[in-house]
Ligand binder design. Structure first.
Ligand SMILES: [Ca+2]
Ligand SMILES: [Ca+2]
Length: 440
């Protein structure tokens, strides 16, 4: 009946069927339906807790859908490019644990994008793949050692340099091996992997250490090596080493802080690389029932004042999860960037969180241009252009009413600054999205 009803309705509104708002309304109705369906499934799953499989065999997955509504992502008000599209992601996994020393895990992922403008700077291709498949071996010796071999996600620290990019419909996994040495005080991962960003083969290896004894927080240090025969300047070879450390913690009960710093050296297309990046933040959570937290944060990554010539000084932020870091619109990356962020978060109910962020972006080297969260340049630089890249305001509501289900509703707006007005169009851009995820 619902289908017949919606058919009739769409026939009735056919003259405006192709308009932006009709399109978005249809997608929003679809989202609401999926939400209710998800809640229904979540409820019944929780009520029954069916035990179909023995403990040594786990099956599960995720169904996630997101509607994105982007206006004016080209910052050009005169050229209409309003876009509404749906991202669907389905993940299914099989996890076998025959003994405590051996684990076999495989996850299949299907990613579909419906109705996206093919010219979008955020174009997401459809893709089906074996997203993860690994063998995990563990040895409980005095120095605990484990080995994870195969295709796998890697998540380290705040994911500023190595992350699974969960926001993306495609995610990110690496092919390789990770060996962990661990005792009561520390763990150290040694890894060697291959990854194929933009169709190029890169080798990525490193050592990442974590000290467990740091009071109320984390202390980590790393050395990462990236090599790609075609990933350097002008399609040449790239060999860079990134050395860094990070701390994160709490003090006096209600204060929190974080710091990360990384230096990069090596060669890119025959030129010397010398680049660096930092992140620092402080927050205070007020002892009130709705847990309000105010935060201030500063992120810096070096750029290049003469791109393509001399030393390469643009920081390469490797394989990050950028989405939640430099504005939810994904317009900036930890590359040629000053980002000043003010945050106000609350949690009025156990299942509801709110976020309000303000970002002011500046480019250390306007000649180097602006980089999207994907790392791609979206506005070429110009020497002498303004440093001020713009301001973004992000509002986000996160709902998690059931263990199997969560939802997001967000709105963001970007006001371009003098860098954009000096180099091309600079009109305001808006971003609205709603996401539902059902995990089982
Ligand atoms: Ca436009
Ligand atoms: Ca240079």
């Amino acid at each position: 009946m619902g289908i017949i009803g919606s058919k009739r309705r769409s026939a009735y509104i056919s003259p405006m069927k192709t308009t932006f708002f009709a399109k978005s309304r249809l997608f929003l109705l679809t989202q609401i339906f999926l939400c209710l369906f998800g809640l229904r499934l979540a409820e019944s799953a929780e009520a029954k807790e069916p035990k179909l499989w023995p403990d040594k065999i786990k099956v599960g997955g995720e169904f996630r859908t997101r509607v994105e509504l982007r206006t004016n992502e080209d910052l050009n008000g005169a050229a209409p490019d309003n876009d509404v599209f749906v991202l669907l992601r389905t993940r299914v996994y099989l996890d076998l644990n025959p003994t405590s020393y051996v684990r076999l895990f495989a996850m299949f992922q299907d990613s579909e994008t419906l109705g996206q403008n093919p010219a979008s700077i955020f174009k997401v291709p459809d893709r089906r793949k074996l997203y993860q498949a690994f063998l995990y071996l563990k040895n409980d010796a005095p120095l605990v050692t484990s080995l994870k071999m195969g295709r796998q996600e890697m998540i380290y620290g705040d994911e500023r340099l190595i992350g699974a990019f969960n926001w993306s419909n495609l995610g990110r996994s690496f092919d390789g091996a990770v060996m962990r040495l661990e005792n009561a005080d520390f763990w150290l991962d040694l890894f060697g992997t291959r990854i194929h960003p933009a169709g190029k083969e890169n080798q990525f290896a490193g050592a990442y250490g974590h000290w467990k004894g740091f009071p109320q927080g984390e202390l980590e240090a790393y050395a990462l090596y990236l090599h790609g025969s075609k990933s350097g300047n002008a399609g040449g070879s790239l060999s860079i080493v990134t050395i860094g450390s990070r701390i994160k913690g709490k003090f006096k009960k209600n204060f929190d802080y974080g710091f990360e710093g990384a230096y990069q050296t090596g060669t890119s297309g025959g030129a010397t690389v010398s680049a660096f990046a930092t992140h620092v933040r402080f927050g205070h959570t007020f002892p009130l029932s709705f847990k309000p937290r105010v935060g201030i944060e500063y992120n810096f990554a070096s750029g290049d004042e003469n791109p393509g010539t001399g030393k390469v000084t643009t920081f390469n932020n490797l394989f990050p999860t950028n989405h939640d870091k430099y504005g939810y619109m994904d317009l900036f990356s930890w590359k040629n960037l000053h980002d000043i962020r003010f945050s106000f978060d609350t949690q009025p109910l156990e299942w509801l969180k709110t976020k309000l962020d303000y970002h002011a972006f500046f480019l250390p080297d306007p000649a180097n241009g602006a980089f999207l969260a994907s790392g791609a340049q979206w506005r070429a630089g110009a020497p002498g252009a303004g440093h001020f890249a713009g301001q973004e305001v992000d509002l986000l509501f996160t709902f998690k009413p059931w263990k199997y289900f969560d939802a997001l509703v967000g709105y963001s707006v970007f006001f371009p600054g003098t860098f954009f007005s000096d180099t091309g169009p600079s009109d305001t851009s808006h971003f609205f999205y709603t996401q539902f995820a059902f995990r089982y």
